[in-house]
Design a protein around this ligand. Structure first.
Ligand code: IPE
Length: 263
């Protein structure tokens, strides 16, 4: 359960920040190095604790999309191949974080995912040891049925089961817009309560290999997390220094969603 005085933050690095999702197995190495340095700087200046979750990018989405196209669903082979692709991206993220001095500990989501959701014990243990747990959107097999778990769903489970005060979502746009941001006249929503967000029409834009949906499903996760009492920030992770500033609470422009009654 979330605790309001806590200095634990949850950070989702969207797959579109880590990679160009139109190019299979593509990695934005330079930006990844920058993100790792920004997270390192933020952690060295505060006593805050952090859990990192990253998206599938063109590793998870491309591999999952290929299976869906060929077989119409996910079987044992899909479970093996998608979890391996995500493990490879997870290793890269953890490796870059460690290179910048962040004690990142990779916790494969499928290994802690059950029919009751996430087994949070291993995440808590890493935090108590002073490490930074790194989880990711993945394929898991709760109850024996392979299913894609988005990083946003992982964030929701962590928000429910850990005493975090804030959740931050890095995407490839500046935040949540009042309509699909590719439409002319779209305006950035700088502050909102969860209820105000429910009226936002996000559009149906989907990437070529996308298997978990874009802003619409993310918005649902954001509303549920804010309703648990966490402050939620949505920001553009492609902008240099955005992770450092967002984690410090100093970033503009971005969208801040405050729990009802506090916004
Ligand atoms: C997707 O996770 C996981 C897989 C496709 C295996 P996300 O839905 O969180 O990924 P991004 O952030 O959209 O890339």
């Amino acid at each position: 359960m979330p605790g309001s005085g806590s200095r634990l933050k949850l950070l989702k690095i969207g797959g579109s920040v880590l990679s160009d999702k139109t190019r299979p197995f593509h990695v934005r190495y330079a930006r990844l190095r920058g993100i790792a340095a920004e997270i390192s700087r933020y952690l060295s200046e505060t006593r805050d604790k952090l859990v990192v979750v990253h998206g599938g990018g063109s590793f998870g989405h491309f591999t999952a999309h290929t299976h869906l196209e060929e077989k119409g669903g996910y079987d044992a082979e899909a479970l093996a191949q998608i979890s391996l692709a995500m493990n490879e991206l997870g290793l890269l993220v953890a490796d870059f974080l460690q290179s910048e001095g962040v004690p990142a500990v990779l916790i494969p989501t499928h290994a802690v995912w059950t029919a009751e959701g996430i087994l949070v014990g291993p995440v808590v243990d890493v935090l108590e040891a002073g490490g930074v747990p790194v989880l990711y959107g993945d394929i898991a097999a709760p109850g024996g049925a392979p299913v894609i778990i988005s990083g946003d769903t992982v964030m929701e489970q962590l928000a429910e089961k850990l005493p975090a005060s804030e959740a931050l979502f890095a995407t490839d746009v500046d935040g949540i817009y009042d309509r699909d941001p590719s439409e002319p006249g779209a305006v950035l929503v700088e502050r909102a309560t969860p209820s105000q967000l429910l009226g936002v029409e996000t559009g149906r834009r989907r990437g070529k290999f996308e298997v978990t949906g874009e802003m619409a499903s993310k918005l649902g996760s954001i509303v549920r997390i804010a309703r648990m009492g966490l402050r939620v920030t949505v920001f553009n992770g492609l902008r240099p220094a955005s992770f450092y500033k967002a984690l410090k609470g100093e970033l503009t422009p971005c969208t801040i969603v405050e729990p009802e009654g506090e916004g």
